[in-house]
Design a protein around this ligand. Structure first.
Ligand code: DX5
Ligand code: ZN
Length: 222
């Protein structure tokens, strides 16, 4: 992929006691989107934030809020996340029995609809919902925690989904273990949006870190 890659820093790695300030800082540091990881302690073994926190950070940036719901059930909460100011709402294919219905619900609320796949889930699960999608999120770690290592086998999945997307206007986002080195692997496989938590927030130099990931994505992976 030669097109410009978008960077969506995950605020899971931010200082939760200063979340508004942290969102303004990554905005000013040049991020494209703001990635919000929502975890329920049921679908994933961690608990993070809910719609009230999304609403609280909304006034701190005009950039798209890229909300990744790692919750089950998910349908009862989609409207609350839409009203809180999410721009993109992504649900897990594994989180409920009726993915097509969840995606229709997101779009009916005027939001962009995404589907996320955990590492073991085959890409064929999205074949018959492609026309309901604005984004596919490939998890390159098992969801639940920041700071885990990128799973190399996911490069083939990213490439397969890039093929499936064809010329549809669907973003292909990668989440988990992204750093300047793995960014190159993701971009080469066809990703156009990269989520990064630790690699953006570590050391406090957000602009430098974001730039390093962009540079990594423009490097040809060997
Ligand atoms: C994991 C989350 C990711 C994670 C990324 O469940 O969905 O967004 O926070 O963090 P890093 O980039 O540190 O792997
Ligand atoms: Zn995420």
């Amino acid at each position: 992929m030669s097109a410009e890659v978008l960077i969506s820093p995950s605020i899971l790695s931010a200082d939760f006691a200063r979340l508004g300030e942290e969102v303004r800082a990554i905005d000013q540091a040049g991020c494209d989107w703001v990635h919000v990881d929502v975890m329920d302690g049921h679908f994933v073994p961690n608990i993070t934030i809910g719609p009230a926190v999304v609403a609280a950070i909304r006034p701190h940036t005009r950039k798209p809020l890229d909300v990744h719901l790692m919750i089950a059930p998910v349908d009862p909460y989609i409207e609350a996340f839409a009203k809180a100011g999410s721009d993109i709402i992504t649900v897990h294919a594994e989180a409920g029995p009726h993915l097509d219905r969840s995606l229709q619900l997101i779009r009916s609320l005027g939001k962009k609809a995404g589907v996320s796949l955990t590492p073991h889930t085959h890409e064929s699960i999205i074949q018959y919902v492609l026309d309901r999608l604005d984004l596919v999120l490939v998890m390159t770690v098992n969801p639940g925690f920041g700071g885990q290592a990128f799973i190399p086998a996911m490069a083939d999945k990213i490439a397969a989904i890039r093929q499936m997307i064809g010329n549809r206007p669907i973003h292909l986002e990668v989440d988990g273990g992204v750093n300047p080195a793995t960014a190159a692997v993701c971009a080469k496989a066809g990703a156009d949006v990269l989520v990064a938590g630790n690699a953006v927030f570590q050391g406090g130099k957000y602009a430098e870190n974001i730039k390093a990931i962009r540079t990594g994505a423009n490097t040809i992976a060997v």
